[in-house]
Unconditional design. Sequence first.
Length: 637
Amino acid sequence: MIKVDEANPVAAKVFEFIEYTNQSVFLTGKAGTGKTTLLKKIKKESAKKMAVVAPTGVAAMNAKGTTINSFFQLPPDSFFPGNVSLQGLQQGIVAIQSVVNEISYTNDKLKLFNELELLVIDEVSMVRCDVMDMIDALLRAVRRNNNPFGGLQLLLIGDLYQLPPVTKREDWAFLSSVYPSPYFFDSVVVRQYPVLQIELTTVFRQTEQTFIKILNDIRSNQIDEEDLALLNQRFNPTFKDTTAINPIIITSHNAEANLINQQKLAELEGEIYTFDAEINGEFKEFGLQAEQQLQLKVGAQIMFIKNDTGDERRFYNGKIGKIKSLTSEEIYVAFVDEEDLLLSKSAWQSFEYKLDDEEQVSQNQIGEFLQYPIKLAWAVTIHKSQGLTFDHAIIDAGKSFISGQVYVALSRVRTLGGLILKSKINKDSLRTNNEVLNFMKPLSLIDLALRMEKAQEQFILQLVMDHFCFNNIIHELNLIAQDQEIIKANIPEFKAQLTEVITATQALILLVDKFQLQLKHLHQQHGFKEQQTIQARITAANSYFAKELTQKILNPILRTIRVKPKNKIQQQIQYQLQRVRKHIENGITLMHIGTTLLEEQLVPENYVAWIVKHRKQQQKVQEGVVANPEAITLQLF
């Protein structure tokens, strides 16, 4: 059973929804509330098969996942959800349905998509609405499941009060005809099927209550004149720092930050040392914080862009220091009131997700980027400051900051006293988008507790219904039908037989869909109070589908298998039909197990125990051990 932190009941509730329901969740919270820490815990402790994706290379690296575009093999376009001719779309925009029709995944990728139980999207505030609809359409297609995101549970993590999605002006002029805003929550799928909103509220980055209140009020567009005046007391346009470590300047533009850093570096005397990064394997993530070519001088002000993973934890993401000494082989960093640090290179990994031999989702490293975990730090952009924590910072909010940017910049700093403002902040620069304010309705712990029971019931019912699934069968049959060697052999009798079997399987899949809708409807009306009625339908369905599978699909396949092959192509056909046979027999076995799962009356206090027991049973089945030892007799002929 998953461990939860009783001292943080909101985090504990997130664990419960992820582990014991199929409810999709939007996990949000102020800067510094521990969203990333909670993600690490879910990755480590959850029993679900999951993948972690993010909209940018930096976010993917921080979450130790992969980018959305890489995971789904998406083109670098915007996506239109409506029915429109290709001629009606401007350059740079493609129809979602055309991508679904044209995209081609390997068999391994298809299996991965179908085995996944949880998809985590980190930094979802930067994910555009059209990308969400694109993901939804692809998952429905590849998982052959018309539920939102193909029935896959989503954990969306992000803070909508921080940086918004980036849209090209010309693209948004077109997409705005169907989307109210670029945010993920205005996608068609999320508008139709809202996600559960859970907010982490305990701030760990800041401990100064006055500053926390100011940041909270900025988020909610409720800052008053008194707090604004208190914030603007930090206004000092002529600030000149005389300390060893200068406060970092947070700016809105990348060119300005680069210019400041290069000018400051040029002002230092001494030799420039260049340290080239090492790249091993496949490393396709762009936007990495670390430099391909890191240029340093003695006296250069730097910041760390990674947390120290060593026992002493000498540095953290955003800690500022200065280069004490340099050679081509060694870098020493000096801090205020701390010992000097001999720097070692750090590694950033790129990953891909695959199914291992036990049908478990494994995250495999495919590449590595090695570089010293520092960069010049007289200035940094707001985008690149996300996730960093500074003791001191200078902010110039007058430099065309867009909605959310001032809050991001302010929330990087630990205390109000560590903040210097180069220009005064007014209410207009603090304005939060109305779309965000209207969407944000996080539920209280009481509301979450009330929703938990129903969500667990729906999850249990879905786990039972998952035993009635013929997608693997139709997938294997389609592989045979698309096999170019078999097509080239042109065997009319086999082609007719295969068409008949595929048609019969497709008809059964439609009946399974209707059967599952009936069960959902029964449950929506009465919950598990009508468990006996639900169980009776399941028992009847097992008898019917096992008979239909055997007579209309398995028996014709067995007749072909029993004929001695006369040539290589017939051997190939029989080999592939044996794979289909295995999936059919496994399907019948799973249905038989499914009929036993709701035989005993369930009560809410036993829901978690049922889910844990079922998970262990499923693991045994995947390992080839049928949990129910009762023999299953198939009437083959």
